[in-house]
Ligand binder design. Structure first.
Ligand code: NDP
Ligand code: ZN
Length: 358
């Protein structure tokens, strides 16, 4: 029975995917005498936690009830008061937790507080699912750098463009719509200036997945992004351009007038680990790296890849000059290659989507 209610709590948590950052996804279910009397999910940072919604719905029935929550209840004063205190105040009998909160402000303290108040606490029900649910948040909390997803659309022979640089379109419309769903689940989209120059993309979330738009981040050491580029002029989402230390205030000014923000690195090049630390400081919990080949190559060679989402089209492009999905130096020895595990395979339209994780 515990698993059944926890599964429901996990499903509730999942419904808010893409809208809670920098907070985790959390769901809660209140059960009294075998009946669900309350449920809820955390919907947005700054808004009530899942437990608060669920207990509100349960009202007086919370007394003596069992509460299923996908993440350890918080014990600290953040933007909202601690949920552990609320559970105690509402006199619940038992709390079932899927996984503990690695946030050093909570980390076991929430559970301890409940136990000290005489509440029966069970920990670890559907832990694996709960850990996967919040893997981006857990990565961010423990490393202070964003969770990195590399995404690309490639032909059956591994090319992301033709030898002349054409890449519209390798995959079917259905696959391209799916990209918008995936974009929405990340805080920022990262591309190299090469992709801006080649494709002038808008990098927004569309096709019915609108809502909070991810930040658009361009790696552009010498500030070659045209002032007329869509990401500079369209005001559809925040745009951050990452530049080398040598780029001057005068060069940046005309972009800033259109609302673009800059991250100026301390070096003359954009070193990926330093970039990730900078993004982490700016509360970016996850990034969706959409290429091109050079940028993917830099992420691979700095071993900063947590997930790959590849869309593979049954098309052959060929040519030594046509770029493959990941460029750069590459590894010299097989033993150094990054080994991932396939977590999901799906046909989308005429293409195959593969999700692999480290
Ligand atoms: P990229 O978009 O990878 O941009 C590369 C440029 O980014 C570099 O030349 C460099 O320019 C700048 N840059 C800054 N910092 C870094 C860093 N740390 N690592 C790497 N690059 C950095 O361009 P590509 O030319 O490789 O790819 C563009 C091509 O790929 C286009 O033809 C496009 O159509 C295709 N494409 C295909 C996709 C697909 O999924 N099918 C997706 C995206 C692109 P600088 O030194 O001036 O800063
Ligand atoms: Zn809470």
């Amino acid at each position: 029975m515990d698993e059944r209610y926890m599964r429901l709590a996990l499903q509730l948590a999942e419904t808010a995917r893409g809208q809670t950052s920098p907070n985790p996804l959390v769901g809660a279910v209140v059960v009294k005498d075998g009946e669900v009397v309350g449920f809820g999910a955390h919907l947005k940072a700054g808004e009530p936690h899942a437990e608060v919604h669920a207990l509100r719905m349960a009202g007086a029935k919370a007394e003596g009830a069992t509460v299923y929550v996908t993440l350890e209840p918080c014990s600290h004063y953040g933007r909202t008061p601690p949920c552990a205190d609320l559970l105690i105040e509402k006199k619940v009998k038992r709390v079932v937790v899927a996984t503990t909160d690695p946030n050093p402000l909570v980390a076991g303290k929430g559970i301890e507080k409940l136990r000290r108040a005489g509440i029966d606490v069970t920990v670890g029900v559907l832990k694996e699912e709960a850990d996967v649910l919040n893997e981006m948040f857990f990565h961010y909390i423990s490393t202070k750098t964003p969770y990195v997803t590399l995404k690309y659309a490639m032909s059956l022979d591994g090319k992301i463009a033709t030898k002349t640089g054409e890449s519209k379109w390798i995959t079917s419309e259905e696959a391209r719509r799916d990209v918008h769903r995936e974009r929405k689940q990340h805080d920022a989209i990262v591309v190299g200036v090469g992709t801006i120059l080649a494709d002038n993309p808008s990098l927004t979330v569309r096709f019915g997945h609108e809502g909070k738009q991810p930040i658009r981040v361009v790696l552009d050491t010498h500030l070659r992004t045209p002032l007329q580029a869509n990401i500079v002029t369209d005001n559809m989402a925040p745009t951050w351009i990452v530049v080398g230390h040598h780029v001057t205030e005068d060069q940046m000014k005309p972009y800033e007038q259109t609302g673009v923000q800059f991250i100026r690195m301390n070096e003359h090049t954009i070193h990926i680990p330093s970039l990730l630390r900078e993004l982490g400081k700016r509360n970016v919990m996850s990034i969706f790296v959409e290429g091109g080949a050079h940028v993917h190559g830099s992420f691979l060679s700095s071993c900063s890849v947590q997930q790959v989402i590849a869309y593979v089209a049954p098309t052959l492009i060929g040519g030594n000059e046509a770029p493959s999905a990941i460029g750069g130096e590459g590894f010299g020895r097989m033993m150094d290659a990054l080994r991932l595990q396939v977590k999901h395979v799906e046909m989308i339209g005429s293409d195959i989507k593969i999700v692999a994780k480290g």
